[in-house]
Design a protein around this ligand. Structure first.
Ligand SMILES: Cc1cc2nc3c(=O)[nH]c(=O)nc-3n(C[C@H](O)[C@H](O)[C@H](O)COP(=O)(O)OP(=O)(O)OC[C@H]3O[C@@H](n4cnc5c(N)ncnc54)[C@H](O)[C@@H]3O)c2cc1C
Length: 265
């Protein structure tokens, strides 16, 4: 690890000031950032640790929406009675991330800012039509992920919370990598008053909507509605773990299972 100056600000404004005009990086749970520093894959002059900032943690329900603070760990989301009652699929998703260490340290804000193509949360942002809240603005989940490890965040922008509309039904199913539990493919399905949203993670440079499935499920919210729907493997991720064709097939299977999970929830 290269040398850096460590800061622990007590407000978002203070944190934003510390990262402005420096080769600085925000630190949340450290689950992605610290390994890259330890391996000397990255070098920053300053690390700005968000953990002492009040008001960035916890889950609240406000009418038809769920608001999760950026620093809320995956284990907290998984165990939250509010989440389990309002959007059980989100608790399932958080509870399936990594291992106990990762779930107890990793945060929702860090996960989505990192925008790993195999991360679980991005599918829920697209699948539920969530909104990312920063100290400067609100970003629709549909516009947040721009590509491989790339988001709409501008330098110095700090995620403070994510707002999820509560759907009528939702389901999340993934094919986990056997070692890390990252999603080789994960599918989030949500049925709302406005229609059906289906989002896929692990199969592209970033999470994406599966529009053909959304149309079919909008007409009939049942796994059988997907019997003639297939996704083109062209452009999907292909690596030593799974070919693009394998992932395309898995998307079809997991979408049906996510619908079944949503119906059963
Ligand atoms: C062994 C292992 C297994 C894992 N398995 C899974 C898995 O199955 N599924 C999954 O989805 N993920 C998995 N992860 C990733 C994990 O879920 C973490 O959430 C993720 O690594 C980053 O979250 P963090 O809070 O640790 O962020 P950090 O590592 O501290 O930061 C990550 C990035 O986000 C930025 N950042 C952090 N917070 C904010 C903020 N509030 N605003 C703006 N930028 C911010 C940082 O500057 C940094 O660039 C795994 C990680 C490990 C190490």
């Amino acid at each position: 690890m290269y040398d850096f100056t460590y800061h622990r600000p007590d407000s978002v404004t203070h944190a934003a000031g510390l990262i402005a005009n420096r080769e600085a990086k925000l630190l949340a749970g450290g689950m992605s950032l610290l390994p890259s520093l330890k391996l000397r894959l990255a070098r920053y002059s300053d690390l700005v640790d968000l953990k002492s900032i009040q008001g960035l943690r916890g889950v609240t329900r406000d009418g038809g929406t769920l608001i999760i603070g950026a620093l809320t760990q995956h284990a907290v989301v998984a165990a939250s009675d509010i989440v389990r009652q309002a959007i059980p699929a989100l608790a399932v998703l958080a509870g399936g991330i990594g291992d106990p260490l990762v779930r107890n340290r990793g945060t929702i804000g860090g996960s989505i800012a990192n925008a790993d193509p195999a991360a679980d949360y991005p599918s829920s942002l697209l699948g539920l039509g969530a909104t990312v809240i920063t100290q400067e603005r609100e970003i629709p989940g549909d516009d947040f992920f721009k590509g491989l490890f790339e988001t709409a965040l501008t330098p110095g922008e700090i995620i403070t919370a994510v707002r999820f509309p509560i759907p009528e039904r939702a389901g999340y199913v993934k094919l986990p990598h056997p070692a890390s539990r990252f999603a080789m493919v994960g599918v989030f399905v949500a049925k709302t008053a406005d229609g059906v949203r289906v989002a896929v993670t692990g199969a592209g440079a970033s999470a994406f909507r599966f529009r053909d499935a959304e149309r079919a499920l909008g007409a009939n919210f049942s796994p059988v509605a997907l019997s003639k729907i297939a996704i083109d493997p062209a452009g999907l991720n292909s690596d030593i773990h799974a070919s693009a064709e394998y992932r395309a097939h898995a998307i079809g299977v997991l979408t049906k299972r996510a619908v079944a999970a949503a119906i059963a929830a």
